[in-house]
Ligand binder design. Structure first.
Ligand code: KG4
Ligand code: ZN
Length: 333
């Protein structure tokens, strides 16, 4: 069964053809990062316009790469939210037009479920139940994935998402958008124990997260150092920040694995590309006998292949959207 998947929730226009939820026949991603870099972050209006400009060509490339025609597609999967409303609307309108003209079903997909399902593509043996840690630019969730289309949220951020914290700290350090990959690179040569930034665990037993205090602590540190005319070693700030984030993420994730007695962990979202997170989670998982799944690098950040995988599992579980489907910028898991 083949789905044509469309993802336009933020600053990547992506269309993929996915077979039976796990096999990529094509996955074309056109990123707008270079344009938004000039503004230090994603400008929603520009994002929508750029999706409109390229989406038809991306469809052509995706079909060519998969070596199929539109008539070979069984159903359309499209991101319905969360994301930027104007950007989502471009993909949604395009998806509805295709579904209507080809007379094939339309399936609305939650972008966050898509990130989790990227693991099904990279790891053919992964099956629920498992614990998922979703760490992206806009979202942070600890989820008990009890079935292919069953998600139980256990914890979430109460303020900034992990990727957002990376991007804001990077900005304060004068690094270009998106800051996550830059912090990752600097951390490799910095000392993670140089500065003792706060680890916010919230209430005992809580699985929620809070990263805005950590971000503020770093801004205060940078201001104090500037006032005292002291040299700031940005590699050390980056490494110490990254370690504070990893400590909190790993404490809560492994505590949940222990409590639920699940023995599989899948990490998902753009920040899953972080090499420090990959290294430390790999080590801890090995120590604790947990099987760890992380998507291939190109499937961590936004792409349509993951939307096709989540769309497939929704479809076979009986979900079908109508042409009245609306985008939802704040759709939760
Ligand atoms: O999942 P994603 O592509 O978009 C959302 O759905 O939000 O995630 C983008 C986020 C950005 O905040 C970016 O800085 C972060 O992922 N990111 C990283 C790395 N690569 C991307 N953060 C830390 N280390 C990385 N290597
Ligand atoms: Zn995303």
């Amino acid at each position: 069964m083949k789905t044509l998947a469309i993802e336009t929730s933020c600053d990547e226009t992506s269309i993929a053809v996915i077979e039976d939820g796990r096999k990529i026949l094509s996955n074309i991603i056109s990123t707008q990062i270079e344009t938004h870099k000039k503004f230090g972050g994603v400008v929603p209006e520009i994002a929508s316009r750029m999706h409109v400009e390229v989406i038809s060509q991306i469809l052509k490339n995706a079909l060519e790469d998969a070596n199929i025609g539109l008539n070979d597609i069984d159903f359309i999967s499209v991101t319905e939210g969360p994301g930027l409303v104007g950007a989502l609307l471009v993909g949604m309108s395009f998806a509805k037009a295709l579904s209507y003209s080809l007379d094939i079903p339309l399936i609305g997909v939650n972008h966050i479920k898509g990130h989790i399902c990227a693991n099904y593509i990279s790891h053919k043996n992964l099956e629920p139940p498992f614990i998922a840690l979703v760490i992206s630019g806009g979202h942070t969730y600890l989820v008990d994935v009890t079935g292919y289309d069953e998600y139980k949220v256990i914890g979430r951020t109460r303020d900034d998402a992990v990727g957002e914290a990376f991007d804001k700290v990077a900005r304060a350090l004068g690094l270009p958008y998106p800051g996550g990959p830059m912090i990752d690179k600097l951390s490799k040569v910095g000392n993670p124990e140089a500065i003792n930034f706060p680890r916010v665990y919230l209430e005992v037993n809580s699985y929620d997260f809070s990263f805005s205090g950590l971000k503020t602590a770093i801004l205060n540190y940078l201001n104090q150092m500037k006032q005292k005319n002291e040299t700031i070693t940005i590699e050390d700030v980056a490494a110490s920040f990254q370690m504070a984030v990893i400590d909190v993420l790993s404490e809560k994730t492994f505590r949940l694995l222990n409590e639920t007695k699940r023995n599989k962990l899948a990490i998902a979202g753009g920040v899953a590309a972080n090499s420090g997170i990959r290294d430390i989670f790999t080590k801890k998982a090995l120590e604790k006998g947990i099987e760890l799944f992380i998507p291939d690098m190109n499937l961590c950040t936004d792409n349509a292949a993951m939307i096709g995988s989540a769309g497939y599992y929704s479809y076979i579980s009986g979900k079908k959207s109508t042409l009245g489907l609306k985008v939802d910028a704040n759709l939760s898991l």
